[in-house]
Write a protein that binds this ligand. Structure first.
Ligand code: PMT
Length: 408
């Protein structure tokens, strides 16, 4: 028997088990819906204590089932029909108990029965106390599930609701929605070359000192991660930073603006989309010393004069020869954000400029969140609310998708 015809972005069956992370499920449903997926929810009995089936029913427009033997619910759509309907099953949060039942092939309630019956790919998002996560029994169950092709996203490390610190937080809804999108075919990003720059550049003064800035790389790494999740072929040209390379991303480490320019030019030919989020130093010391400049070498009380010469404008350079590529720039502005961004967009001739207001303490350099305006050449401005950098990346890629004409 085959399942009913799928909509363009597929059927996602979201199985919710009973953990505190279930409070993120309504946001997850919203993000899956925004990505164009048709979503239905099923819950374990314990999950209904953390999130209301009525809320999920309202958000999805379909009954959120939790009973295996409810004649009314079975009459609407049977559990086997639900298992067949799914193009992907996402288990979020996946508790230690549910992972154990999945590993053991148990089918004592609606969720575990559907998970046993479905032939759709399954993604689990574990969430639990750090000691439960590290327990050999849980790790062995995960191993067994992975051997059977179940995919796993997270958990993340951090402060846990139970008061412990460590791995156990459910992955961010944006990350989960992105991973589901990838499992369903990546929304037309497959084979699309995406070039991203991230971090600040470091321009040497001498063997130990440098001119640099506060960019952590978080914004650019989030963009690279999201593009890779969607199935793009991503090259990330990164200034000095300590972030881990996102899965599926090819990273090229550079230090100076000149090195960044060379790396960007090397990958530009084969890319379709370039997103320049790096904070490139506009100037570099004219004659960096190979040796450490010593105070004793200077006249007593004398200062050190640095002559700075301009660095090439990498973004303007690639915009000038972009052909049919989409080129996106960033702008870090502390005042008159939109007007300054419009002038910068015109000067650099890119297709979209992402302006962040760095006068805010929760946006711009070295923060986990960002508040940006998307400024178009026609003068249109879209303001995004304060979001995690992962979510800014997702919204930006949605916009680029439209610019490329690969709208779902
Ligand atoms: O790395 P994070 O800590 O997460 O911080 C993110 C960020 C604040 C660095 C990022 O969101 C951002 O705003 N990046 C651009 C910062 C910046 O240097 O803006 P700008 O106004 O100086 O440059 C404008 C654009 O031209 C940028 O796309 C920049 O990459 C590019 N540029 C600038 C100078 C230069 N010589 N070559 C360039 O290509």
């Amino acid at each position: 028997m085959t399942s009913a015809a799928s909509p363009p972005n597929g059927h996602v069956l979201l199985a919710v088990s009973g953990g505190i992370a279930a409070y993120k499920v309504p946001e997850l449903v919203r993000q899956l819906g925004r990505a164009g997926h048709e979503v239905r929810c099923i819950l374990t009995e314990a999950a209904t204590r953390f999130v209301s089936p009525m809320v999920l029913q309202t958000l999805t427009g379909a009954p959120a089932r939790s009973e295996l033997f409810d004649a009314g619910e079975e009459g609407e759509i049977s559990h086997i029909e639900l298992a067949d309907w799914a193009d992907v099953v996402l288990v979020a949060p996946a508790t230690a108990d549910l992972l154990a039942r999945m590993a053991g092939g148990l089918a004592g309630d609606l969720v575990s029965t559907v998970l046993l019956a479905t032939r759709a790919p399954v993604l689990v998002a574990p969430a639990m106390n750090v000691n439960m996560w590290r327990h050999p029994a849980t790790q062995r169950n995960l191993e067994r599930l992975r051997e059977r092709g179940v995919q796993v996203e997270g958990p993340e490390a951090g402060e846990l609701a139970c008061g412990w610190e460590g791995e156990g937080r459910m992955s961010d809804p944006t990350a989960l929605a992105g991973r589901v999108g990838l499992m369903l075919g990546g929304h037309g990003w497959r084979g699309v070359g995406v070039l991203v720059t991230a971090g600040g550049t470091r321009e040497p003064i001498d063997a130990v000192r440098a001119v640099t800035n506060r960019s952590s790389g978080k914004m650019g790494f989030a963009i690279a991660a999201e593009a890779a999740r969607r199935g793009a072929e991503v090259v990330l040209v990164a200034g000095p930073c300590s972030l881990e390379t996102p899965p599926g991303v090819r990273r090229v480490d550079v230090e100076t603006a000149l090195e960044m320019e060379a790396a960007v030019h090397e990958s530009f030919e084969s890319c379709h989309v370039a997103v320049m989020s790096a904070a490139v130093a506009d100037f570099r010391p004219a004659t960096p010393s190979e040796r450490k400049i010593k105070k004793e070498d200077l006249a007593p009380g004398a200062g050190l004069r640095l002559e700075l010469v301009p660095n090439p404008d990498i973004l303007a350079g690639i915009s000038a020869r972009r052909g049919d590529r989409v080129v996106v720039g960033f702008a870090a502005e502390s005042h008159d954000v939109i007007e300054a961004a419009k002038r910068k967009l015109a000067r650099k001739a890119c297709d979209l400029l992402v302006a962040n207001d760095i006068s805010r303490s929760d946006a711009g350099f070295d923060t986990d969140t960002n508040a940006v305006f998307l400024v178009s050449p026609g003068g249109q401005v879209e303001e995004l609310p304060l979001l995690s950098k992962a979510e800014v990346a997702a919204r930006l890629l949605d916009r680029i998708e439209k610019l490329r004409g690969v709208v779902r």
